[in-house]
Design a protein around this ligand. Structure first.
Ligand SMILES: Nc1ncnc2c1ncn2[C@@H]1O[C@H](COP(=O)(O)OP(=O)(O)OP(=O)(O)O)[C@@H](O)[C@H]1O
Ligand SMILES: [Mg+2]
Length: 267
């Protein structure tokens, strides 16, 4: 499908052509709950795409299908042109609820993905140490998850996903359990990582502001059953002071425009 893309909701522009993940006709029903219906989406290389939509619209379900953790009832997922139906090393998942091993240190948790790939201890610890520092946790290598705050635990999850060198990072509301201050810091990190790492981020959130602030593209999903309702490419200049960006006219206009579209779903 060629998505009709609206830049700031105004001018249609051609859809991205170089996509790493292609979702075609994905549908999923759990028992009598229809979660997703006929999802067609392209996720461009090196960009951050957010999935935004009301609770229960199937965001986590779609992410898990892309990750190969659950299967769809219909449709296909291709990554780099190859159809996938199981987890693979080119995709890494950061879960909504941390999913860290409570009995293992930060170092072991981050290095775990590399351990599974059979990488030797010295090499995996070097790599893990590098990414622990990248997410701002240098000095916490030997701590256990219970000794960290919620935000720090989510950073460990992010470091683990980055360390396995996956091309595609699937992030399910990675900031949901953190306070506003840490959320802002985390958003800055993600904006920076997106430019330094050249990875494809697929990011789930239900915050309109967050989606507009950090995303190259925003996919709006309808309430259950989730369908693609619109795709928006916010034109926000993210250089400079975050406070200025939060007052930027494009930023505010795009937040308002998405809100106008979504508020019909709020009781
Ligand atoms: N394992 C499951 N078994 C049965 N129903 C499920 C299962 N997982 C999800 N569902 C249902 O499918 C729908 C979509 O769930 P999903 O978790 O994908 O939504 P979501 O958009 O991620 O919501 P949230 O924003 O609250 O995280 C919901 O109605 C949910 O109850
Ligand atoms: Mg979810």
């Amino acid at each position: 499908m060629r998505d009709a893309v609206l830049r700031n909701g105004l001018k249609p522009i051609p859809a991205a052509v170089d996509s790493i993940v292609e979702v075609r006709g994905i549908s999923k029903t759990y028992g009598d709950v229809e979660a997703l219906r006929g999802i067609d989406l392209d996720f461009p290389r090196g960009k951050l795409t957010s999935l935004l939509g009301p609770s229960g619209c199937g965001k986590t379900t779609l992410l898990k299908i892309i990750a190969g953790l659950i299967s769809a009832d219909a449709g296909t997922i291709t990554v780099d042109g190859k159809q996938v139906s199981a987890p693979g090393p080119e995709r890494a998942f950061v879960f909504q609820d941390f999913a860290l091993m409570p009995w293992a240190t930060v170092m072991r948790n981050v290095a775990f993905g590399l351990e599974l790939r059979g990488i030797g201890k010295a090499e995996r610890e070097d790599k893990a140490r590098h990414y622990i520092a990248e997410v701002g946790l240098a000095g916490f290598e030997n701590k256990y998850p219970h000794e960290l705050s919620g935000g720090m635990r989510q950073r460990v999850g992010l470091a683990r996903a980055l360390s396995v060198d996956a091309d595609v990072l699937l992030l399910d509301e990675p900031f949901s359990a953190v306070d506003e201050q840490n959320r802002r810091k985390f958003q800055e990190d993600l904006i920076r990582l997106r430019t330094t790492q050249n990875k494809t981020f697929i990011f789930v959130t239900h915050s309109i502001e967050e989606a507009v602030y950090i995303s190259d593209r925003i996919v709006l999903l309808s309430p259950r059953p989730g369908r693609v309702s619109r795709i928006i490419e916010p034109e926000v200049d993210r250089s400079g002071d975050p406070e200025r960006i939060h007052r930027d006219k494009h930023y505010l206009d795009t937040v308002d425009e998405i809100w106008q579209g979504l508020k019909q779903y709020v009781d």
